[in-house]
Design a protein around this ligand. Structure first.
Ligand SMILES: Nc1ncnc2c1ncn2[C@@H]1O[C@H](COP(=O)(O)OP(=O)(O)OP(=O)(O)O)[C@@H](O)[C@H]1O
Ligand SMILES: [Mg+2]
Length: 352
């Protein structure tokens, strides 16, 4: 492309939120939702055929709303042969969301660029999951590289050795131990009790305590994001929900705490496994350097809960959070984008 300049984009295409970080300085994120107006009235309401992110979530009653990822991977990508139609629809919707992100990255002018992207996936993403991401990127990116999400985080934070990254997302918690080389399968664990699981447990617990209240998972998710905590800080938490049409303040202190706690056992089991199977000479360094990232890392008391468990079972543990948990994956993917030699890249023009 004569005169076109290279644009590198780090992409965290997440279950709940898609984040981009670009070498032209643009950094942004949108919730991973795509909506299509349901009828002529809603088409008139929006004045467009497609709606993304927060606007889609807020207006979901008048939209057919899609979330193309589940548990960190494109839906139906593992059983695409059985669910051809659903898979095709997922790829179409994901492409639209992806195109929208690239428009944001290029300020509406993708044609003027040669675009290279590194896309993060859960540590245990299958070949089919990765293939689906390549399919989604065709015609949108010029070159692509798929990388394990916790590895991109470690790379971006320059934690290349003796560190354990725990990325707590919506669909998955991805753990990756770094030992100075490209992590292998043995260095990574994915668990499925993450933010979406907390939302469902919280929803079920409120429903059980207040059967007459009327609410959706989305409502309790929002409340969780504003109040999530595991530790007891003495304050009671009240959510306002309609009961027979009348807004009532309901005490959900213990329910929220229990829901947030529900992801801890699987996380600490995985931490324990990755520490105890590490080279014994370096296990102490690993215990010293556990780093929480992802939206779920913001739960108050989670860091302390993991540290306490590590102290009890492994003798010692130092866990920390980072300043920008939301951008960590995309920032690291951008750095990989700039550093990776040509041989690692898939050229989407020749691959097609
Ligand atoms: N302050 C907060 N406290 C607790 N949870 C939060 C907070 N903010 C966001 N979350 C939760 O974090 C999750 C989103 O995190 P993140 O953006 O890292 O996930 P994702 O990358 O979209 O998901 P995945 O990595 O599983 O594909 C959601 O479940 C969201 O509700
Ligand atoms: Mg993520």
């Amino acid at each position: 492309m004569a005169g076109a300049r290279v644009l590198n984009i780090g992409i965290d295409f997440g279950t709940s939120r898609s984040v981009i970080s670009c070498d032209n300085g643009i950094r942004t994120f949108i919730p991973s939702y795509v909506g299509f107006p349901k009828d002529a009235v809603s088409r008139k309401l929006f004045g467009k055929d497609i709606v993304f992110g927060d606007e889609a979530v807020k207006n979901r009653l008048s939209l057919d709303l899609f979330r193309p990822l589940d548990r960190g991977v494109l839906k139906y990508s593992d059983d695409r042969d059985i669910n051809r139609k659903d898979y095709k629809q997922t790829i179409d919707v994901a492409r639209k969301l992806f195109e929208h992100l690239v428009l944001l990255a290029t300020e509406g002018n993708p044609k003027g660029h040669i675009i290279r992207g590194v896309i993060g996936t859960p540590a245990i993403a299958s070949k089919k999951n990765k293939q689906a991401l390549l399919e989604m990127s065709e015609g949108i990116l010029d070159a692509v590289l798929i990388a394990s999400e916790p590895f991109t985080v470690a790379y971006g934070l320059n934690l290349l050795t003796n560190s354990l990254i725990v990325d707590i997302g919506a669909g998955t918690v991805d753990l990756c131990r770094m030992r100075g080389v490209m992590p292998s399968e043995d260095d990574q664990i994915t668990t499925f009790k993450a933010g979406d699981h907390i939302d469902q447990v919280f929803f079920d617990l409120i429903k059980a305590k207040y059967p007459e209240a009327n609410f959706t998972v989305n409502m309790v998710k929002k409340f969780k994001e504003e109040n999530a905590l595991i530790s007891k800080n003495g304050e009671s938490l009240y959510i306002t929900l309609p009961v027979k049409g009348k807004p009532m303040q309901l005490d959900v202190t213990e329910e929220l705490r229990e829901a947030c706690r529900s992801i801890v056992p699987d996380i600490v089991d995985a931490v324990k496994h990755l520490v105890t199977t590490f080279d014994p000479e370096f296990q102490d360094c690993l215990k010293e350097n556990v780093v929480l990232v992802g939206g779920g890392s913001q739960i108050i008391g989670l860091r302390e809960a993991i540290e306490t468990y590590m102290r009890e079972t492994l003798g010692y543990g130092k866990v920390r959070k980072i300043d920008e948990p939301v951008f960590a994956g995309a920032n690291g993917a951008l750095m990989l984008c700039k550093d990776m030699p040509e041989k690692y890249w898939v050229d989407l023009k020749t691959a097609a």
